[in-house]
Design a protein around this ligand. Structure first.
Ligand code: MG
Length: 440
């Protein structure tokens, strides 16, 4: 049986004949670790962020894109607009539509916030731009049955990030994704209500039976056309084709289609690997020779890099400074840190020494950047006792990060970056840098 959540559609399918029970129905002690994969999808992502940032856009048809629609709000979808459609056609179908270019660095910040909330509910999250897969096997003890887990995640994202997400749960990636797409509101539905759908183990075939073949991963336009020529329109009909026939028609992909049409799939979740380097750099709005402002910017970039290092629970052992003069000469110097750290205040003196060594000409700088590298895990400082002053700094950094996670990076401006106040434009995400993809 598949259940929708709250005020969303409840799709009832007959109980499986073999009476297979879900993981959470089984008495304690006998629970088999049935794999439970969760798929989170941010709905109408770019358009939802714009509507969140600009209240005047709420309840209005909004699209983001240049040339073609990259994302469109539910209000726009009511007019038949969809991603991939040309803006020309979109304007013809819905003359009142608001078209925006998009601010991708800001969308990325929102996505990261959604993923950091989602990580509380799953172990290992593989993320893409607006969707993520996580393994929720065994999370029942913490969060309840899969539907409750999905609803908690959706409500947490809605509460903390104010973005709508749909959540799908199933025995593998494919089923989880199919579940989340069926949890989405219908294309012409007026209210952007999103839901949570769990496809119970054993119900995969029934759930897939009436789905159009194109919904199955691996069935593109060409494959779809070929199958439709054979009067195969639903996944249930595809299932009637014998394996040798599919193999002859599509080769190795035919075997995958055979498996997938039965709800089976073996792709695993690959959480993002830990980064090897974390860097922040920017080009100045105007070439700059004021030492105080250059140092202020370096501290600001270092602060942002260190915050990311702390997020990954790493400690850096090396810092590299890069400067580019107005005449495009580029210099860089790498310095080992006296001890592994994630604290910008402890790294900054090393950066200043590198700057003194590199910036010797009386020529303005147009670009600066810092790279932190040679990471080791938190708790591996290689020291028996961490000095109390460093422990205090660590607690302070944690507190500042918590405030910035909640209120934006600009909530606190500290250290040398105070020099930038009044000289650079600021929004909630921090100073507005010229190289936009790096304002994050
Ligand atoms: Mg989406």
């Amino acid at each position: 049986m598949v259940a929708g959540s709250g005020n969303h559609t409840v799709k009832n399918l007959p109980e499986p004949k073999n009476q297979q029970r879900g993981l959470f129905d089984q008495p304690a002690g006998q629970a088999r670790a049935e794999r439970l994969i969760l798929h989170v999808d941010i709905d109408a992502f770019f358009a939802s962020v714009e509507q969140l940032l600009i209240p005047a856009l709420r309840n209005r048809p909004v699209i983001v894109g240049s040339g073609v629609i990259a994302s469109c709000s539910y209000e726009a979808r009511r007019f038949g607009l969809a991603a991939g459609m040309s803006l020309h056609k979109a304007r013809r179908l819905c003359p009142s539509v608001v078209v925006l270019d998009g601010q991708y660095p800001i969308y990325r910040c929102f996505a990261e916030h959604v993923w950091s909330v989602s990580r509380r509910f799953v172990c290992g999250l593989e993320t893409f731009l607006d969707e993520g897969y996580g393994d929720a096997t065994g999370m029942g003890a913490l969060h309840g049955d899969p539907l409750t887990l999905g609803r908690k995640l959706r409500d947490a994202v809605r509460g903390e990030v104010s973005l709508p997400v749909s959540v799908g749960l199933g025995a593998n990636r494919m089923m989880a994704k199919i579940a989340s797409s069926s949890a989405k509101p219908a294309p012409r539905c007026s209210s952007p209500q999103v839901g949570v759908v769990w496809i119970r183990p054993g119900c995969e075939q029934e759930f897939l039976a009436n789905l159009p073949i194109e919904k199955l991963p691996g069935v593109g336009r060409k494959t779809g056309e070929k199958l439709r020529d054979m009067n195969i329109e639903t996944v249930g009909q595809l299932r009637t084709l014998p394996l040798p026939l599919l193999r002859t028609m599509f080769g190795r992909r035919g075997e995958l289609l055979y498996e997938r049409s039965r709800g089976r799939e073996s792709r695993i979740i690959r959480p993002a690997a830990l980064p090897k380097t974390i860097s922040r750099e920017t080009t100045f709005h105007e070439p700059l020779c004021d030492r105080k402002q250059i140092c202020g910017m370096l501290f600001y970039l270092l602060q942002r890099a260190a915050r990311t290092v702390r997020k990954h629970k790493l400690l850096a052992r090396c810092v590299e400074l890069t400067i580019r003069y107005d005449d495009w000469t580029e210099l860089s110097a790498a310095k080992a840190l006296p001890y592994p750290t994630d604290d910008e205040k402890q790294i900054f003196p090393v950066v200043l020494r590198a700057l003194k060594q590199l910036h010797q000409r009386r020529v303005a700088l147009r670009h600066v950047g810092v790279v932190l590298s040679r990471f080791t895990g938190e708790g591996q400082e290689g020291e028996l006792f961490t000095p109390p002053v460093r422990l205090r700094r660590r607690r302070l950094c944690k507190a500042v990060d918590t405030i910035r996670d909640r209120w934006g990076h600009a909530a606190i401006v500290s250290g040398a970056s105070i020099e930038l106040l009044g000289r650079m434009r600021q929004n909630d995400y921090g100073f507005v840098l010229r190289t936009p993809s790096l304002t994050k």
